[in-house]
Design a binder for this molecule. Structure first.
Ligand SMILES: NC(=O)c1ccc[n+]([C@@H]2O[C@H](COP(=O)([O-])OP(=O)(O)OC[C@H]3O[C@@H](n4cnc5c(N)ncnc54)[C@H](OP(=O)(O)O)[C@@H]3O)[C@@H](O)[C@H]2O)c1
Length: 292
C-alpha cells in the first residue's frame, strides 16, 4: 500500500524489459554461433547533451547484449543531404542490421524525410511509413517500440486485453495511433475493443470513464485525473513531457487511488520501449541471416 492509501497493483516495466532483453541476448548468441554479429548502428546529429547521453546508454546496452554498434556523429551544421548519405551508406552495408537516428535532430533538418530514406527493414524504431503500413495490414515487420512495449507490459502482468474496452487518449504517430492498430489485432494479447479520443472529442472523459484499460498518450502533464478513471480500471501512462530533466506524466499520481492497476510514474512504459528497440534490432539481424 502506498502513502496515498492506494491499493492499485503497480505495473512495473523493468521486469518486462528484463524478460525481453533476455530473449534478445539468446537471439544474439544464436546469431553469433552462426557467424553473424548483429549490428545496431546509431546516428547522432549535433551536440545536444541529453541526446548524446541517450545514445551512450543505448550503445552500452548494445555492447552488453553482444551487438556491435557502429556510430556516426554529424555536426549540428550537417545538411539534410549529409544525413541521407549516412543512412544510404548504412542501407548498403549488409553487416548493419538496424539503424537508430537519435531524435530530436536539429530544427533545420526534417526527421520524417530522413526516415523515409532508411531501409524499412533496418528501421528499429518501427516508425517508417512502410512499417506503419505493415502494422495496419498485420504483416510482419519492426513494430513501433512504445506501443509494442505497452502490449508486452500488459501481457507480462497478466492483464487480460482480449475482448475488453481500451480507451486511448491521443492519436499521435508515435503512440496513440499505432497502439490502437496493435491492440485491435487478432491475437490473444490484443483483440480489444479500442476507442481513440483526442482534442476533437470535447467530452473525452465520457469515454475514458468507461474504459477497462485506459492509456494516456497525450503528452499533457496531469491530464488524467481520478475522475477520468473507471474504478478498478487498468491505467497505463504513456504520455510524458520533459521540463529539463524533470519528467511530467499525463497520469496524475492520485489516479492510483481509483485504478485497480497502474504503471508507476518512473519505470513503467519507458524501459519496455527501449527493450523493444533491441527486439526489433535482433529480429532484423535474424531476418537478414535467414534465421527469422
Ligand atoms: N514513455 C515512453 O517511452 C514514450 C515513448 C514515445 C513517446 N512517448 C510520449 O507519448 C506521448 C504521445 O506522443 P505522440 O508523438 O504519439 O503524440 P503527439 O503527436 O504529441 O500527439 C498527442 C495527442 O494527444 C492529443 N491531445 C493533446 N492534448 C489533448 C487534450 N487537451 N485533450 C485531448 N487530447 C489531447 C492530441 O490530439 P489532436 O490529435 O487532436 O491534436 C494528439 O492526438 C508524448 O508525451 C511522448 O513524449 C513516451
Amino acid at each position: 500500500m502506498s502513502s496515498t492509501g492506494s491499493t492499485a497493483r503497480i505495473l512495473a516495466g523493468k521486469p518486462v524489459a528484463e524478460q525481453v532483453l533476455a530473449e534478445v541476448a539468446e537471439g544474439v548468441l544464436a546469431l553469433r554461433a552462426a557467424g553473424v554479429t548483429p549490428a545496431l548502428a546509431t546516428v547522432l546529429v549535433g551536440d545536444d547533451d541529453a541526446s548524446a547521453g541517450y545514445i551512450r546508454i543505448k550503445q552500452r546496452q548494445a555492447a552488453e547484449l553482444g551487438f556491435s554498434s557502429p556510430h556516426v556523429h554529424l555536426p549540428a551544421s550537417a545538411s539534410q543531404a549529409d544525413l541521407h548519405r549516412v543512412l544510404e551508406d548504412f542501407n548498403a552495408d549488409k553487416d548493419v542490421h538496424g539503424v537508430l537516428v537519435q531524435h530530436p535532430i536539429p530544427a533545420h533538418l526534417d526527421y520524417d524525410r530522413a526516415l523515409q530514406v532508411l531501409d524499412p527493414d533496418k528501421d528499429v524504431d518501427g516508425m517508417h511509413p512502410v512499417n506503419m503500413g505493415r502494422l495496419a495490414l498485420g504483416l510482419p515487420g519492426p513494430l513501433p517500440c512504445t506501443p509494442a512495449g505497452i502490449e508486452a507490459l500488459l501481457a507480462f502482468h497478466g492483464v487480460p486485453v482480449s475482448g475488453r474496452e481500451v480507451v486511448i487518449l491521443g492519436r499521435g504517430a508515435t503512440l496513440g495511433r499505432p497502439l490502437a492498430m496493435l491492440l485491435a489485432q487478432k491475437r490473444p494479447t490484443a483483440n480489444a475493443a479500442v476507442t481513440v479520443v483526442h482534442t476533437g472529442v470535447a467530452d473525452w472523459p465520457r469515454y475514458t470513464r468507461r474504459a477497462e484499460i485506459l492509456v494516456a498518450a497525450a503528452g499533457v502533464p496531469g491530464i488524467i485525473q481520478p475522475e477520468h478513471v473507471r474504478p478498478g480500471a487498468v491505467v497505463v501512462g504513456g504520455g510524458v513531457r520533459y521540463e529539463g530533466r524533470r519528467l511530467l506524466p499525463d497520469v496524475d499520481e492520485s489516479c492510483a487511488e481509483v485504478a485497480g492497476a497502474i504503471t508507476p510514474r518512473v519505470g513503467g512504459v519507458g524501459p519496455t520501449t527501449v527493450a523493444m528497440l533491441f527486439r526489433n534490432a535482433v529480429r532484423a539481424a535474424q531476418r537478414a541471416a535467414g534465421m527469422g
